[in-house]
Design a protein around this ligand. Sequence first.
Ligand SMILES: Nc1nc2c(ncn2[C@@H]2O[C@H](COP(=O)(O)OP(=O)(O)OP(=O)(O)O)[C@@H](O)[C@H]2O)c(=O)[nH]1
Ligand SMILES: [K+]
Ligand SMILES: [Mg+2]
Length: 391
Amino acid sequence: MSTIMQKIKEIEDEMARTQKNKATAHHLGLLKAKLAKLRRDLLAPPTKGGGAAAGEGFDVTKSGDSRVGLVGFPSVGKSTLLNKLTGTFSEVASYEFTTLTCIPGVITYRGAKIQLLDLPGIIEGAKDGKGRGRQVISTARTCNCIIIVLDAIKPITHKRLIEKELEGFGIRYIIITHFFISSGRNTDGLMRYRLNKEPPNLTFRKKDKGGINLTSTVTATHLDLDTVKAICSEYRMHNADITLRYDATADDLIDVIEGSRIYMPCIYAVNKIDQITLEELEILDKLPHYCPISAHLEWNLDGLLDKIWEYLDLTRIYTKPKAMNPDYDDPVILSSKKRTVEDFCIRIHKDMLKQFKYALVWGSSAKHKPQRVGREHELEDEDVVQIVKKI
Ligand SMILES: Nc1nc2c(ncn2[C@@H]2O[C@H](COP(=O)(O)OP(=O)(O)OP(=O)(O)O)[C@@H](O)[C@H]2O)c(=O)[nH]1
Ligand SMILES: [K+]
Ligand SMILES: [Mg+2]
């Protein structure tokens, strides 16, 4: 372990010493790739003994349309928040580590059922297996959105500490954390989280020969061919086509090569704002991804629900049976990424597609009232759909 730590330190020192400019870009890219590989080694799941294995979360059955997890240091008010939002009972107390396991609750909001998970507090050292840190972090992986709960009285230091903890090692993004999570899919069993960040819009295609080719549909200011070659050579990839569709950075390319990143929305809920001044509140309110609340006094819980809704980015579809009014109370909930008529059919019944002839759609995705569409048609939030079956 210590030798990996030493190597990481050496590389970080070298990066700090190296001036950032065009001439050093490829060298810095190479250092970043080395660093990413070392962190991966460092975070490899333990072989035997000591803490839970990296991939084991709490055993709570998924339910509803979406899952949201509450992550934070002890006594920031996670359980208070769960109780107020879901009417569930999770013990609240002024001492730390009141909650020792995962407690689920359900929020019904705009016709969607959102499962909210209260989790034990995490502490410094969680990533090394201290406390229930690993289990918490692994459970967070199963969520569609994370709420990092912060205490308004100690916002900045607390936030930095928790980011460092979730980040694993080294600092890359200000509010982005990489969790180490077993994926089951990847042989090294590692997952890192990227919070509030879209997956890089670049393709990386390995080949057998032909060297490294870089094409870009935009002006690339961060990556040039030398830098890309340096990063690829660190991963012993000498033949590949790389296409950039936006101004990608070296970190983005490394993320794509390393794979196993999870891109997840994250809200910073700053709790206990009843303890701070109006001036302080105004500052907090302006920060991106922040939502100031008082769970105890139920201040701005509507604001938080709105933000959760926005970050989950769900699509509500109302079903209209033939010659009847649509059912507005019980929408079918689709994710914004899978919201075609086909996705809708699959959600209703597994055999629905076999009988599918066409669909009639009313709402913002429809050009007419109604529009007749096929199974590839993309639906919009609050559309009304009637499926017409083959006879
Ligand atoms: N002033 C104030 N106190 C709060 C608020 N929300 C929670 N608390 C208090 O903070 C303390 C901790 O609350 P919990 O809900 O147990 O915190 P937790 O994050 O679940 O704690 P652990 O389970 O121990 O990690 C309790 O004494 C709560 O009454 C709030 O909005 N304002
Ligand atoms: K507590
Ligand atoms: Mg608790």
